[in-house]
Design a binder for this molecule. Structure first.
Ligand code: GTP
Ligand code: MG
Length: 197
């Protein structure tokens, strides 16, 4: 898919205030610092469309980006970031779950997983939650540039083993690196296929 335009539309914390039109949207979710905002920038080939930071907790609202005038990418705050206050965490979590439970335009979520880490309970729980809510999701392994190919392969296989304890098959996944544009063509082609259905 060719990206002709990518524009920031709005940030907010309330689903009721999200864009009213009926365009399909794809949400990026995962732990803080996993690379959600960076992946959006990489897919759009725009350095700072979504704000990124080396410090976890950068994205704090629901951010809508309108792509090619007819679909949205949604950048969300991360979950599981220990350094924000308990109260702030609760507020975040509430509007994240509100978003997933109420946003009718949501087509599917990409759950981002740092490929360097072993399966973490918080990510597995979040995938389980999406499943319970009947929200389709796929996985995007991030920061693939940080591992040698063998180690990457090993980690993905370990992840697969873990997920097969809960699901009958491995969810569709993409291997990405925002610094090397890895996975860009695959993810955009996939979104294009869904948009055309
Ligand atoms: P929050 O908004 O805090 O939840 O974080 P986020 O998931 O949006 O992460 P963000 O995109 O801000 O990236 C976090 C850090 O990881 C930044 O320092 C990025 O430069 C770095 N990063 C993101 N993706 C990659 C990648 O593919 N490779 C490498 N090497 N670094 C990455
Ligand atoms: Mg972010």
């Amino acid at each position: 898919m060719k990206i002709k335009s990518a524009e920031f539309v709005m940030s907010n914390s309330e689903v009721a205030k999200c864009p009213k039109n009926n365009l399909p949207e794809y949400a990026f979710i995962g732990r803080s610092n996993v690379g959600k905002s960076s992946l959006i920038n990489m897919l759009m080939q725009r350095k700072s469309l979504a704000k990124t930071s080396g410090r976890p907790g950068k994205t704090q609202l629901i951010n809508h980006f309108l792509i090619n005038g007819n679909w949205f990418l949604v950048d969300l705050p991360g979950y599981g970031y220990a350094r924000v206050s308990k109260k702030a965490k609760k507020t975040f979590q509430k509007f994240i779950t509100n978003y997933f439970e109420k946003r009718e335009q949501l087509v599917l979520a990409f759950v981002l997983i740092d490929c360097r880490h072993e399966p973490q309970p918080i990510d597995l729980e979040f995938m389980q939650y999406l499943d319970e809510q009947q929200i389709p999701f796929h996985i995007a392994f991030t920061k693939a540039d940080k591992l040698k190919p063998n180690a990457l392969q090993r980690n993905i296989e370990a992840y697969e083993q873990k997920l097969l304890e809960t699901w009958e098959e491995m969810p569709l996944y993409f291997v990405t690196s925002s610094s090397h544009d890895t996975g860009r063509d695959e993810m955009l082609a996939y979104i294009n296929t869904i948009n055309e259905q």
